[in-house]
Design a protein around this ligand. Structure first.
Ligand code: 13P
Length: 355
């Protein structure tokens, strides 16, 4: 099959994922990363425990009212729930579209600066994506990472390499019927101010779409997953939430084509509450861009849920997940009232975070 064969379906899937008032639950942590999460609640990182945790998320009644898609790690896509039914079936029952992280992680980028990376996983990707489609996945994710440093990162080399990788990935998975979520994350590490982030992010996203054009990516069948335009975690001047919202939307309006149906932000180490408040403010602004502005959060949807679940407490875990899902659904419509749902204010930022 080819992109041409899947074109109408890709547009339909992207639209369904980007519908107003719904967002994406990112649960595609690698086995190593989910191990760190489980360790924080003293749960051992075994397949049975990963299955129990994710099985709890995927059976939360009513979750499909707020969540349009869930990004899975490969293990979960092919896994059964503890009750024997496939995890994919559980999601479908809730009305949630299954997705899959297809990148194979970050590697040092030869010729660039120390902290800079490329994202691996292009070899054999068209065939892998076809297998994921057969297994029920309808969209994919690829996370490229850029960092702002005082000694000149991101370099042009890193911007070009990561933009190109994202575009090659996007075109490759579209050939097999998966909607690509294009994720050029700018890490929060650093002491730069919000203006610097905006300048770098604008350039990065522009380069991503230029590479998409060269690769013939069908933009109507894609979603963009950027970080919000915030200052570095160590910057002394903290921008107010209104400024974050305004600068983020300005950056998007300057760089994201109108043919892209949805922008789904990552939370990137923001606290649960901050992630909801910023999203809400963005949706209150008058915008030139008419893409849907929603969320694809990992940490900001799972943090208090994990703490409430504690390894066995199904009901409390699901309650906490639904609370954050509803809050972000409201924020996607610009009607979230800060503090109206239980949340954690704990900063979730970790330097040099890997997913
Ligand atoms: P966070 O929301 O925790 O940043 O994760 C989203 C994600 O999928 C990163 O690739």
């Amino acid at each position: 099959m080819t992109l041409k064969y899947y074109a109408e379906e890709l547009k339909k899937t992207a639209k369904a994922l980007a519908q107003n008032g719904k967002g994406i639950l990112a649960v595609d942590e690698s086995t190593k990363t989910v191990g760190k999460r489980l360790a924080s609640i003293n749960v051992e990182n075994t397949e049975a425990n990963r299955k129990a945790y994710r099985g709890m998320l995927f059976t939360a009644k009513g979750l499909g009212e707020f969540i349009s898609g869930a990004i899975l790690f490969e293990e979960t896509l092919f896994q059964n729930h503890p009750d024997g039914e496939p995890m994919v079936k559980k999601l479908e029952t809730l009305g949630i579209i299954p997705g899959i992280k297809v990148d194979k992680g970050l590697q040092p980028l030869p010729g660039a600066k120390n902290v800079e990376t490329l994202c691996s996983g292009l070899d054999g990707l068209v065939a892998r994506a076809a297998d994921y489609y057969t297994q029920g996945a309808r969209f994919a994710k690829w996370r490229a990472v850029l960092q702002i440093t005082e000694d000149g990162c991101p370099t042009n080399l890193s911007i070009q390499e990561n933009a190109w990788g994202l575009a090659r990935y996007a075109r490759s998975v579209q050939e097999s019927g998966l909607v690509p979520i294009i994720e050029p994350e700018i890490l929060m590490d650093g002491s730069h101010d919000i203006k610097k982030t905006a300048e770098v992010q604008e350039e990065v996203i522009k380069q991503v779409y230029m590479a998409c054009q060269l690769n013939g990516v069908l933009l109507e069948g894609t979603l963009l997953k950027p970080s919000m335009t915030v200052q570095g975690a160590n910057c002394a001047t903290k921008a107010k939430p209104e400024e974050v919202a305004q600068m983020t939307i300005r950056t998007m309006e300057r760089s994201v084509p109108a043919s892209v149906p949805g922008i789904v932000f990552l939370s990137g180490g923001l606290s649960e509450e901050a992630a909801s408040i910023y999203l809400n403010l963005m949706n209150k602004l008058e915008r030139k861009g008419n893409w849907n502005v929603g969320f694809s959060y990992g940490r900001a949807l799972q943090h208090s849920c994990l703490k409430a679940w504690k390894g066995t407490n199904l009901e409390e875990g699901q309650k906490a997940l639904l609370a954050r899902a509803q809050a972000n659904s409201e924020a996607s419509k610009g009607i979230y009232v800060a503090g109206s749902q239980p949340s954690s204010d704990e900063a979730l930022f970790v330097a040099g975070y890997s997913y």
